[in-house]
Write a protein that binds this ligand. Structure first.
Ligand code: ADP
Ligand code: MG
Length: 683
């Protein structure tokens, strides 16, 4: 068969593979294998070498071996439970092929008397005779048996043999793809083509050869295609010409001068970057990334202020009502009277909402705060100039693009995230946006003291928090979700809150998975007003909320969290000007690795540093935000091991952007690899 295929063949349905029927296809689909291309990433885990054959006299017992024999005699006992046997021979000896549960007809067909047959399997020795039980690899064509047979982590219902056959067929039929990479990039990988790389990838002898060109090239393809899609989205958004915002920077200065603190250098720097975007005729699509407590809110509010001063409306979306309210209160406090500010809340009555919607449409509200409800269809603006979204790391690239499209041509977009992640991941997840980073924290902030304690020393912890409570301070007590059993998690948190309640009557509230969002709001509000002292929780409390009076956080079972997560939790305290502490509790003595991790946390208060170190210790899979990013984990590329490839991809993208290279040559790459499913918009 000599059919000319192009890359699109790889995107075709599984049914187009010979030997894959509806049943097999459905089994594979259950494992999210929908196209031939998806199958290419099901790699052999190990292999059995059946290529070398031996003679019967040299057989080794309990080992898998291949022999060529001639069947001599059948013995089909008519007694239940006795197996069928075929006596076989070569010039050096005899062997019995034993079949349980196989029909005579089938046996006669695969082992015809007098014919030369090659078989392979594990050899046993039984009653003075060699024996092969239920051999699976049998053929008149010795070359079919004498191969390296791969084993895969199998999909239930599909045998290894079928799998091998399917993969072999695909590899043999790989379409010729035109090289999409530039010469320089190809040189870096010793000019190995995509086809050859895939072939090598499936050669079981290459298992684990991550450093070799074929593997590196394929990993690079994955990274590069992700970056390329990001770059195209960015370009597309930048191409939109918008009305430049014009505002008097003096007014911004007035607001700043009235704050009860000075902006940090990084706050000033990022504010400049945003202002420049606002004043440009290119649409802004920017991410403000900064650790918990680095002061992103004021930066975003000042950019809102400037936007309003150029005659536009601004919408600020927060993940929770409490956070929306907190931002709203701050804006009311620092902005001049003439700016109309509103909060749209789930609690607003129908009438109130209607008034707000009406005034928005008439441009009588300049600035509105709310939750995601803000982006419902019926919420319409007269002149929306900026959308600010706080703590949005759950948005994928698709949703962001949609948001920007929907926002309208004159509307800039500013997203904020308090999840510092390693640079390679930022490039991957947020590569469609421009980036502003706040690293430096306000100087007034005192570092949080971090301690570790064994669980049986809980009395020390109680003593400690008693003292803090006497000083008027509040405590977070976190019982982590252990996932294995929500029920157990729940009871342990309930138990803990009862235990604490006994020691601190009327001072303890519990937030858990079953707390409704209304109850949650009420409890958090009470805590905010210092109406009780200890908040026990199993759920992650929104990181963004400012509880200035809470200065101690106790985290039970701390080894259940990643470092970045612990750092985020810790960031809930220390927002006021008091000394604050984070107590990490452990069930048993720490392993060396765990000790290393805790030391990183104690030594550093920089979320970016911590996330890099965390990735070095644990790999990237657990890094906060990556899994939720909407980008599926790479198949081959590893943001930790392949940092050089990430940087190379970034450089190559820059080159393409700079030279304004036509990207149509990358079309097959994007079509095959694009995970965001955004291609139709692009190529
Ligand atoms: P995040 O970046 O986590 O959103 P916030 O904007 O909520 O942080 O700021 C946390 C706290 O730090 C707030 O109480 C805010 O008033 C205060 N803050 C912000 N910037 C500064 C600064 N430059 N100096 C002192 N305090 C600041
Ligand atoms: Mg915040």
């Amino acid at each position: 068969m000599n059919i000319k295929r192009n890359y699109e063949y790889l995107l075709s349905d599984l049914n187009s593979i010979k030997g894959v029927g509806v049943k097999t296809a459905n089994l594979l689909k259950k494992k999210k294998v929908n196209t031939i291309f998806d199958l290419l990433w099901k790699l052999p885990k190990s292999y059995t070498d059946r290529s070398i054959s031996s003679k019967i006299k040299d057989l080794k017992i309990e080992e898998i071996q291949t022999i060529t024999i001639i069947p001599q005699k059948y013995s089909f006992p008519r007694i239940r439970n006795l197996p069928n046997r075929v006596l076989c021979k070569d010039e050096t000896g005899e062997i019995d092929c034993v079949f349980f549960n196989s029909f005579e007809g089938y046996i006669k067909k695969i082992l015809p008397i007098g014919k030369e047959i090659t078989i392979s399997g594990k050899v046993k020795y039984f009653r003075n005779k060699y024996q092969l039980t239920n051999p699976k690899y049998i053929s008149e064509d010795s070359s079919i048996v004498k191969q390296k047979h791969n084993s895969y982590s199998l999909t239930e219902g599909i045998s290894e043999k079928v799998y091998n056959k399917i993969i072999l067929q695909i590899i043999e039929n790989l379409p010729k793809v035109d090289e999409w990479h530039s010469k320089d990039i190809m040189k870096r990988f010793d000019n190995i083509s995509w086809n050859d790389s895939i072939k090598k990838l499936h050669n079981p002898e290459n298992i684990g050869k991550f450093k070799e060109n074929f593997y590196q090239r394929l990993a690079f393809d994955e990274i590069f295609s992700t970056f390329l899609v990001n770059s195209e989205i960015r370009k597309k958004i930048k191409k939109i010409k918008k009305t430049k915002k014009k505002f008097d920077i003096k007014k911004q200065k007035e607001i700043i001068s009235k704050l009860d603190f000075f902006l940090t250098n990084d706050q000033n720097k990022t504010l400049d970057e945003i202002n420049k975007d606002l004043c440009s005729e290119k649409k802004m699509f920017r991410l403000l990334q900064g650790d918990v407590g680095s002061g992103k809110t004021i930066v975003s509010l000042l950019s809102a202020f400037n936007t309003i001063n150029s005659g536009f409306q601004v919408a600020v979306m927060a993940p929770t009502e409490i956070l929306a309210r907190q931002h709203y209160i701050l804006a009311e406090k620092i902005f001049p009277q003439n700016i109309n500010i509103e909060l749209i809340s789930g609690k607003s009555s129908y009438g109130e909402k209607k008034v707000i919607l009406d005034r928005l449409l008439k441009n009588k509200i300049n600035l509105i705060f709310g939750t995601h409800a803000l982006f419902q269809k019926k919420v319409e603006f007269k002149k929306l100039g900026l959308i600010i979204i706080d703590e949005q790391h759950k948005f994928g690239v698709n949703q962001r693009k949609k948001l920007s499209d929907k926002a309208g041509k004159d509307c800039d977009v500013l997203l904020m995230t308090a999840t510092p992640i390693p640079r390679t991941l930022t490039m991957t997840i947020y590569g469609d946006m421009d980036l502003s980073i706040i690293r430096e924290k306000p100087k007034v902030r005192k570092p949080i003291k971090t301690y570790s304690k064994l669980e049986n020393k809980i009395e020390d912890v109680i003593k400690f928090i008693k003292k803090e409570i006497q000083l008027g301070n509040q405590i977070f007590w976190v019982c982590p979700l252990i996932e294995e059993s929500k029920k157990i998690d729940h009871t342990s948190a309930v138990k803990k809150s009862k235990y604490l309640e006994k020691l601190f009557p009327k001072q303890v509230f519990l937030l858990h998975g079953k707390t409704t969002s209304e109850e949650k709001e009420i409890i958090l509000n009470k805590f905010l007003k210092n109406e009780f002292k200890i908040l026990v929780s199993t759920t992650i409390i929104e990181v963004g909320i400012d509880f200035p009076n809470a200065n101690v956080i106790v985290i039970e079972n701390a080894n259940k969290f990643g470092l970045s997560q612990l750092h985020q939790l810790r960031g809930r305290v220390g927002r006021g000007n008091k000394d604050s502490s984070c107590i990490l509790m452990f069930k048993s003595n720490l392993s060396e690795n765990a000790k290393k991790r805790i030391k990183i946390l104690k030594d550093s208060n920089d979320g970016f540093v911590i996330s890099e170190e965390d990735m070095n210790l644990r790999g990237f899979g657990d890094i906060l935000g990556f899994k939720q990013s909407g980008i599926k984990n790479f198949k081959l590329a590893d943001p930790l091991l392949n940092q050089d490839l990430f940087l190379l991809a970034e450089k190559e993208i820059r080159r393409i952007e700079k030279t304004k290279e036509d990207i149509s040559r990358y079309k097959p790459l994007i079509k095959l690899y694009d995970k965001a499913d955004i291609i139709n918009d692009i190529v």
